[in-house]
Design a protein around this ligand. Structure first.
Ligand SMILES: Cc1ncc(COP(=O)(O)O)c(C=O)c1O
Length: 475
């Protein structure tokens, strides 16, 4: 057996094997999943714009006018008029002086963090931050201090006990605004205040908040009245804005600095014109018709209410991300499979994407779902859980085993020791997994981006998707 085979076998043995699932058609509320029509309950196409006719047309038109690829990195010959146009629009949307497009959210986070922190500096990172933040922290070579999830007292303690106080190193606090696996929101006001008092810079990743929260979908910072209060906002084009790519917003000086120092910008090809033009059209739609944001929020309420009626202990929030935390890896996958048999698709999420013992289905509402679809999906999840002998009432928000607190050390429960075993094994077989820092008090991670729509074999043109989609809806 080769080493690779052995690693794969180990993953299977642990219930951590993964495979790609093939979707036909666009990321609509209903898709053909491996030939079967199912309701899609795990896409980040929150506003339903990825397959909006105007977004498609803009991308197709851009391909005809400017071609498909940018051909070079932004700093060589890859900055085209369409990039500049979207940057200007995004800066205005985020009430920032300037904006810089990156190839993806992953690239934006590693580029921004690496530019703002290096050897001798300290980064303070929430323990449930996204993997791209975790990796950005690691690549930066700064000292990384992981504070307990959304725990401002712990952050406060860390800023004054773990950061350099000799005035030599830079300090940076970095957080998701909406946490991608749990749908909860960072205490942004307190973070901004604490960081300001400690002289630390702040980066906020609004990947799951843009288009979902705040006035006109401008994000969690806007919702909290904190526009202009942080050093860098990172947003992606691949979720609510229905495309691919990402951006950083900040002062003109900050953006000039990132252009000069963010390695993932400097050493990577610029995003292609169709993706950029598609995102621009989506942004225009969001601004013209902000009711989509309202629709997403009311759909999120409908989904949460319907799940509560099935006995799932979901919080009464308006967030579009709803975790059903099963716990054990194999049980989460069984629930995923059972729900699929009932015609609803929500991918099971396991370590290292989430902490061991908190495997789950991560449900997402979209503005394009109908309330009736969401209610029927909730019924399917309830029936699927009961058919497997799982109790919906036990699938509450995860109890995260926090990084060891310097102020209040937490003894490891036996069950957590087992969980650590799974996590450690998962890391052995997937070297460099996002969680490996965490076991020594490092940082934690999230899910791989829900992949974009996969083109059906033999499809000739992008709009072949439409036929498949119509078939899925008709079925
Ligand atoms: C919080 C967060 N940041 C960044 C990313 C990465 O964005 P992208 O998919 O554009 O690389 C994701 C993707 O899932 C995310 O959830």
């Amino acid at each position: 057996m080769s080493e690779i085979e052995a690693r794969l076998a180990e993953l299977e043995r642990l219930g951590l094997g993964r495979r790609l699932r093939l979707l036909s058609g666009p990321q609509g509320p209903t898709v053909l999943l491996e030939g079967k029509p199912v309701m899609l309950m795990c896409s980040n196409n929150y506003l339903g714009l990825a397959d909006h006719p105007r977004v498609r047309e803009a991308a197709a038109d851009a391909a005809m006018r400017w071609g498909v690829g940018a051909g070079a990195s932004r700093l060589v010959s890859g900055t085209m008029t369409i990039h500049r146009r979207l940057e200007e629009r995004l800066a205005a949307f985020q009430r920032s002086e300037a904006c810089l497009l990156f190839g993806s959210g992953y690239l934006a986070n590693i580029g921004v963090i690496g530019a703002l922190a290096g050897r001798g500096d300290t980064v303070f990172s929430d323990e449930l931050n996204h993997a791209s933040i975790v990796d950005g922290c690691r690549l930066s070579r700064a000292e990384v201090v992981v504070y307990r999830h959304r725990d401002v007292e712990h952050l406060h303690w860390c800023l004054y006990h773990r950061g350099r106080r000799d005035g030599q190193g830079r300090q940076l606090v970095v957080t998701d605004s909406v946490f991608s696996m749990d749908g909860d929101v960072a205490p942004l006001e307190e973070i901004v205040e604490l960081a300001g008092a400690a002289g630390a810079q702040v980066v906020v990743d609004e990947a799951h908040a843009i288009g979902c929260l705040g006035p006109d979908g401008r994000g969690a910072l806007a919702e909290a009245g904190l526009e202009g209060e942080v050093d860098v906002i990172v947003g992606t084009l691949g979720k609510s804005l229905g495309s691919y790519g990402a951006y950083a917003c900040g002062s003109a000086e900050m953006i000039r600095y990132l252009i000069n120092t963010a390695r993932s910008l400097i050493f990577s090809t610029a995003p292609g014109p169709p993706a950029v033009a598609g995102a621009l059209a989506a942004l225009e739609l969001l601004q013209e018709r902000p009711h989509r944001v309202e629709r997403l929020r009311s759909n999120s309420r409908v989904l949460r209410q319907a799940l509560a009626e099935e006995g799932f202990p979901v919080a009464e929030l308006e967030m579009q991300i709803v975790p059903l935390v099963v716990g054990e890896e194999r049980e989460a996958m069984s629930l995923c499979q059972k729900a699929l048999e009932g015609g609803v698709f929500a991918q099971g999420i396991r370590p290292p994407t989430v902490p061991a013992g908190t495997s789950r289905l991560r449900l997402t509402a979209m503005a394009s779902h109908t309330p009736a679809e969401l209610r029927s999906a909730a019924r399917v999840f309830g029936e699927a859980a009961r058919a497997l002998g799982l109790e919906p009432a036990d699938m509450g928000p995860p109890i995260v085993e926090s990084v060891q607190s310097p102020t209040a050390p937490m003894p490891a429960e036996p069950s957590m020791s087992e969980a650590r075993g799974v996590m450690a094994a998962a890391e052995r077989v997937s070297a460099g997994a996002p969680f490996d820092g965490e076991l020594e008090g490092g940082a934690r991670e999230e899910q791989p981006p829900a992949g974009g729509s996969l083109r059906p074999e033999g499809a000739e043109a992008p709009f072949d998707f439409e036929r498949d989609h119509a078939a899925a809806r008709a079925a």
